[in-house]
Ligand binder design. Sequence first.
Ligand code: HEC
Ligand code: HEC
Ligand code: HEC
Ligand code: HEC
Ligand code: HEC
Length: 170
Amino acid sequence: MNLSRFRCSLLLVAAAAAQEKEYKPKEEKLPGPPIAQPIAYSHKTHVAMGMKCTNCHTMPGDGFAATFPKETMCMGCHTTVKKESPEIQKLAAFAAKKEPVPWVRIYRVPDIVWFNHALHTKKNDCATCHGEVAQRPVLFQEKSTSMNTCMACHAEAGAPNGCDVCHASQ
Ligand code: HEC
Ligand code: HEC
Ligand code: HEC
Ligand code: HEC
Ligand code: HEC
């Protein structure tokens, strides 16, 4: 089955519904609180070792998702590095069970919104929308994902701002 087409028809229905309602600005308190993750992974430590954002967050296929790295990828180093650490033992247990670590999500837009990562990283750094991730031992929401924030940048960048651009196109 063509999953993207399925998602597309769902979105069209949802989008038609969204546009009948009036938009109520989303409440966001920024910066958000630090998010406790199931494993104490630090962006600061790993980026300082020279790892690139897109080594771990690939944007496959149509480029919509930024994705999370596979546990086998982490274990490429951690089979030997710090293997006695309790945090690494938790990681190794997920890898052995072939289960993804249940990372707690930080940035999220509702399903009625079209947001394509690959398209947006052509002209913007990750930091524009996610803040100084490379400096953070623990992540928290630093930047807004509200409709007004999307539209403000679109207006400034000359990108389209009709309702169907984000809620029903493609
Ligand atoms: C290129 C090798 C490499 C990869 C890939 C890698 N790490 Fe690491 N990681 C390290 C090194 C080296 C350290 C130790 C840094 C230090 O303490 O100076 C470390 C430290 C850690 C620690 C802290 C352990 C402790 O108790 O001090 C955690 C947790 C961790 N990594 C999780 C992960 C996770 C989760 C992934 C995959 C998303 C991952 N790592 C991928 C090399 C790697
Ligand atoms: C070694 C792999 C690795 C590297 C390199 C890496 N990340 Fe991550 N990233 C992760 C893991 C694991 C998580 C989930 C745990 C967390 O939120 O800290 C994550 C979470 C995130 C999130 C939160 C996603 C959400 O909504 O929950 C953002 C944003 C992010 N990374 C951006 C970046 C940026 C920007 C860079 C480069 C500066 C980067 N990452 C480099 C592994 C990596
Ligand atoms: C124009 C703003 C923007 C830019 C630039 C951007 N992101 Fe995102 N990111 C978002 C939004 C919005 C979400 C929530 C997407 C959703 O819920 O579908 C998100 C979600 C994520 C997630 C969670 C997984 C997902 O796809 O939902 C990760 C990981 C992530 N971003 C990493 C990155 C990395 C790495 C870069 C740079 C290579 C980057 N982002 C650039 C806005 C951006
Ligand atoms: C920092 C600036 C910036 C932010 C923030 C941003 N965008 Fe964009 N967006 C752009 C630019 C620039 C383009 C045009 C990209 C191109 O054509 O290369 C674009 C294009 C798009 C498109 C495709 C438009 C078309 O041509 O059909 C969609 C859909 C979209 N953005 C949705 C979103 C959503 C949803 C958000 C908020 C969650 C968002 N954008 C936040 C800059 C931004
Ligand atoms: C550039 C992208 C973009 C454009 C253009 C846009 N929206 Fe949105 N819209 C979003 C994002 C992102 C959200 C979710 C975050 C929020 O609620 O602020 C959203 C949320 C909504 C919601 C709330 C839906 C829900 O159930 O949470 C409604 C209603 C809505 N938009 C209607 C509209 C209308 C009407 C227009 C045209 C005037 C429009 N949008 C144009 C990005 C956009």
